[in-house]
Write a protein that binds this ligand. Structure first.
Ligand code: PLP
Length: 426
C-alpha cells in the first residue's frame, strides 16, 4: 500500500513550500496534547502550535465534543438574513473580553480576511461620511496575510515581490525595535499630520512573520494615541498575538488607548478550525447604518459564522478562561525567562527576545534573509530531534500550546542549547 506522503507528492501543492527542494511532507495521522504522530508512528513535539494556532493541545476532547454536538444539530446555514446561537453567543463573549469599546463582531474565514474586512471598513467609513481619507499606514516588515489587501499593507518582501505592481500604495514607517529611538513614532506623526490617513494597521507588540520582532507597550501606546489625536482609525491585527500569546488575553489589553478594529483568527478556535473576526466600535458600525444601501458593507463569505466553527471557538474560550490556562501561560513565561537568561550572550546568538509566551532567538549569520542557508539546517536539526520548529530565516522561536509540560519545554531548551554549542564548535 502506498503511504500518504507518496500519494501527497502526486496531488498536493503545499503552502510556503519550495516544492522542488522539499519533495516530501510528513504525514500526520494523530494529534494529542503537544504531540503529532506520523504514519510511521514517529511523534513530533509541536513547538510552534502548528503555525501559531493551537492553544490547548491537539484533538482536545472538550473541543471535539462541542463540535460533534453542534455538527449534529446545525452544521451550517447562510448568515445573511439568518442567525444562530453559536454566532451570537461567541460575539457576546468576545465583546466581553476584548479591550476597549468593541461593540460589533463581523465574521470571516481566516486572518487575512479579518484584515481585508478591517481595511474595507475603514476605507468605506470615510467614504460613507464624505471625508477624503484614503491613506493607509503600516509598519515596515509587517505581515497581515496573503490576500491582496492584506499583502498591500504588509511589508514589501519576497512574499509580495511577484505582485508588487498590483498592490495599492501604503505608507510604511520604520519598525521601532526593542531600543526605540523615537524615529518610528515621529514618522507616524508626520504622516498623520497630512490629515488624509484612513487607518494605521499594526501587529501589536510582536511582528510575527517578520521574525518575532518585538517592541514595547509604550511605543504601541504612542502610535495609538497619535492616531486618536489625528482622527485616523487604528486596526490592531491580533491574529497572532490574541488569546494570551503575549501574556494577557490580548496585546492591546496592555495599553490605555484602544483600537477601532481588532482582527482575530488563529487561536480563536483553539487552532481547531478556520475562523476570522473583525471586531469594531459602534462608531465604525454606525457609518454603515443607513437607509442608503450603497452604504452597507459589501463583504461576506459562503461560510461566514459557520455554526460548527463558532462552537469550536466557544469551547476554546471556555478552556482559555479557566484559571489553569492563565497559570500555564505564567509557567511558560517564567520558564522562557530563565532559559533566555541562560543563553543570553552566547557566541552563536545575536539576540534573544521574549514577549509573554513567545520566545525568539536570532542566530548570528552572515546572511540574515528569509531563505538563508542556516534556516534549513535549523529546520532539519530540530526535526531530527522530533521537534517541529519553523525558523524564519535565522530566527528560531518557541510559541507553544499552553498545555506544554515543563519537561517538554526543557527538552526543547536542551535541543536549542545543543544546536548553539554545535554552531560555535563549527
Ligand atoms: C499578524 C497576522 N495577520 C494575519 C495573518 C494571516 O492569517 P491567515 O494565515 O489565517 O490568513 C497572519 C498569519 O500568520 C498573521 O500572523
Amino acid at each position: 500500500m502506498r503511504t500518504i506522503k507518496e500519494r501527497d507528492r502526486e496531488v498536493i501543492w503545499h503552502p510556503y513550500t519550495p516544492m522542488k527542494a522539499w519533495p516530501e511532507a510528513i504525514a500526520i495521522v494523530k494529534g494529542e496534547g503537544v504531540w503529532l504522530t506520523d504514519e510511521d508512528g514517529d511523534r513530533y513535539l509541536d513547538a510552534i502550535s502548528s503555525w501559531w494556532v493551537n492553544l490547548h493541545g491537539h484533538a482536545h476532547p472538550y473541543i471535539a465534543q462541542k463540535v460533534s454536538e453542534q455538527v449534529a444539530m446545525l452544521e451550517h446555514c447562510i448568515f445573511a438574513g439568518f442567525t444562530h446561537e453559536p454566532a451570537v453567543r461567541l460575539a457576546e463573549r468576545l465583546l466581553e473580553i476584548l479591550p476597549g469599546q468593541m461593540q460589533k463582531i463581523f465574521y470571516s474565514d481566516n486572518g487575512s480576511t479579518a484584515v481585508e474586512v478591517a481595511i474595507k471598513m475603514s476605507l468605506q467609513y470615510w467614504k460613507n461620511k464624505g471625508i477624503k481619507k484614503k491613506k493607509l499606514v503600516a509598519l515596515q516588515n509587517a505581515y497581515h496575510g496573503d490576500t491582496f489587501g492584506a499583502m498591500a499593507v504588509s511589508g514589501r518582501s519576497v512574499f509580495t515581490e511577484a505582485f508588487t505592481d498590483f498592490l495599492f500604495d501604503v505608507v510604511f514607517i520604520p519598525f521601532p525595535g526593542a531600543e526605540d529611538n523615537g524615529e518610528s513614532v515621529a514618522a507616524l506623526e508626520s504622516v498623520l499630520q497630512q490629515g488624509d490617513v484612513a487607518a494605521f494597521i499594526a501587529e501589536p507588540l510582536v511582528q510575527g512573520s517578520a521574525g518575532m520582532c518585538m517592541y514595547s507597550a509604550d511605543v504601541l501606546e504612542a502610535y495609538f494615541s497619535l492616531c486618536k489625536k489625528y482622527n485616523a482609525h487604528i486596526i490592531a491585527d491580533e491574529v497572532m498575538t490574541g488569546f494570551g500569546r503575549t501574556g494577557p488575553l490580548f496585546a492591546c489589553s496592555q495599553i490605555k488607548t484602544h483600537p477601532d478594529m481588532i482582527c482575530l483568527s488563529k487561536g480563536l478556535t483553539g487552532g481547531s478550525m478556520p475562523l476570522g473576526v473583525t471586531a469594531c466600535t459602534q462608531d465604525i458600525f454606525d457609518a454603515f447604518y443607513d437607509e442608503d444601501r450603497a452604504k452597507m458593507l459589501y463583504h461576506g463569505h459562503s461560510f461566514t459564522a459557520n455554526p460548527t466553527i463558532c462552537a469550536a471557538a466557544l469551547a476554546s474560550l471556555d478552556l482559555l478562561l479557566e484559571d489553569s490556562c492563565a497559570d500555564n501561560r505564567n509557567r511558560i513565561i517564567g520558564a522562557h525567562k530563565e532559559f533566555a537568561a541562560s543563553i543570553k550572550g552566547h557566541k552563536a546568538i545575536a539576540d534573544v527576545r521574549q514577549t509573554g509566551t513567545i520566545l525568539a532567538m536570532e542566530l548570528k549569520t552572515d546572511n540574515p534573509s528569509y531563505h538563508t542557508g542556516i534556516r534549513d539546517v535549523l529546520y532539519r536539526f530540530f526535526l531530527g530531534k522530533k521537534i517541529i520548529m519553523r525558523p524564519i530565516g535565522n530566527v528560531i522561536y518557541i510559541l507553544p500550546p499552553y498545555c506544554i509540560s515543563n519537561d517538554e519545554l526543557q527538552y526543547i531548551y536542551a535541543c536549542i542549547k545543543e544546536f548553539l554549542e554545535s554552531a560555535v564548535g563549527n
